[in-house]
Design a protein around this ligand. Structure first.
Ligand code: SF4
Length: 334
């Protein structure tokens, strides 16, 4: 008997998968790779992460499915709307359950496992919402939620006797203590408490994202850039991203593609790398240079030369620029 467990990297999904595995079911983990995940490389769905180590230790093979494109398409107009910020939690879960259902059919599995706990989140984990998610995803009766199963209707896995209901749990509400106690009991020591959602629940990030959705194309490329550096609006559709530290500067270089401009200080002067996207006019370039001049170490000099090149090209141009004032910068900041 096989089942597909949705794995997020958080404790609840680990517990859910482990509980069912311990009942003798052949559990296969599914990790949906999404564009706004908060989990970093150490925790997340990536190779070598905590989730990977958990999967290896428990003998649960992991499948990874990149749902970025479907997610971004849904994000423009989620059927069930947004939560407190731009988080479309109900539609997000529906998408993941659809993906899990598809994998279930492909691998000949018989049911799905999810780590949701009734009442843990105000928006997406209420009993009625869980039913609605299952109905929309076409998975009614197929999703076993081991942590709250005794409070929910019987699923096919219980009805068929594949898992014993009395070996499942009745956790509910926002307290994390029952999960922590269970983790200790099961010997799961490497876990973190949940951070409260993805980047779509972060007001600072969602301000940037809504600006992007109004003026530019919502695609994986543009979204990846939102996570890096300081952002400035240049003209109607242009954006300048200025690195805050060496890691940002490297990431900016990696994310640049044809059509982008790379701005840098002259080689002897310390300063950031910046990426201009949608920079079209000479006026826009001038403005980008003035933003850059603000962040370069120009000593007592009132001006500094900024150089730029098209991404992928080594042909450089330069312009002497005066730094913008803090007020001017603040007006452009996204
Ligand atoms: S917080 Fe983000 S990842 Fe979590 S359910 Fe909501 S939209 Fe999906």
């Amino acid at each position: 008997m096989k089942a597909i467990a949705l794995m997020s990297g958080g404790l609840d999904s680990m517990l859910a998968a482990r509980i069912v595995k311990d009942l003798g079911i052949d559990v296969i983990g599914l990790c949906c790779v999404m564009p706004f995940s908060l989990r970093d490389k150490a925790e997340g769905p990536q190779e070598g992460s905590r989730m990977d180590r958990f999967a290896r230790q428990t003998g649960i093979p992991l499948h990874r499915a990149d749902i970025t494109e479907d997610f971004l398409e849904m994000l423009v107009k989620p059927k069930f709307g947004y939560g407190s910020h731009l988080n479309p939690c109900i539609d997000c879960k529906i998408l993941m359950f659809k993906k899990a259902h598809q994998l279930m059919q492909e691998l000949g599995a018989s049911f799905l496992i999810s780590g949701e706990v009734v009442g843990q989140r105000p928006f997406s984990q209420q009993r009625r919402t869980l039913q609605q998610i299952d109905a929309e995803a076409g998975t009614t009766g197929l999703v076993l939620r081991p942590l709250s199963a005794q409070l929910l209707e019987e699923t096919v896995a219980e009805k068929q006797g594949w898992v014993a209901r009395q070996r499942l749990y009745s956790f509910s509400g926002r307290s994390r203590q029952p999960q922590t106690d269970l983790a200790v009991m099961l010997g799961i020591i490497e876990f973190q408490q949940p951070a409260g959602g993805c980047l779509l629940t972060d007001p600072r990030f969602t301000d940037r994202l809504s600006d992007l959705m109004k003026r530019e194309r919502l695609n994986a490329d543009n979204v990846a850039l939102l996570k890096v550096g300081r952002h400035y609006r240049v003209g109607a559709e242009g954006r300048l991203i200025v690195g805050r530290h060496e890691k940002d500067n490297q990431e900016i270089g990696r994310l640049a593609h044809a059509g982008d401009l790379i701005f840098e200080p002259p080689s002897a002067i310390p300063g950031p790398t910046a990426l201009g996207r949608g920079i079209v006019s000479d006026e826009d370039i001038k403005l980008c240079c003035r933003v850059m001049a603000r962040y370069c170490d120009r000593g007592a000099a009132p001006e500094i030369e900024i150089v730029w090149r098209a991404a992928g090209s080594s042909e450089r141009s330069g312009r002497v620029a005066k730094p913008l004032s803090d007020d001017e910068l603040a007006r452009m900041r996204i």
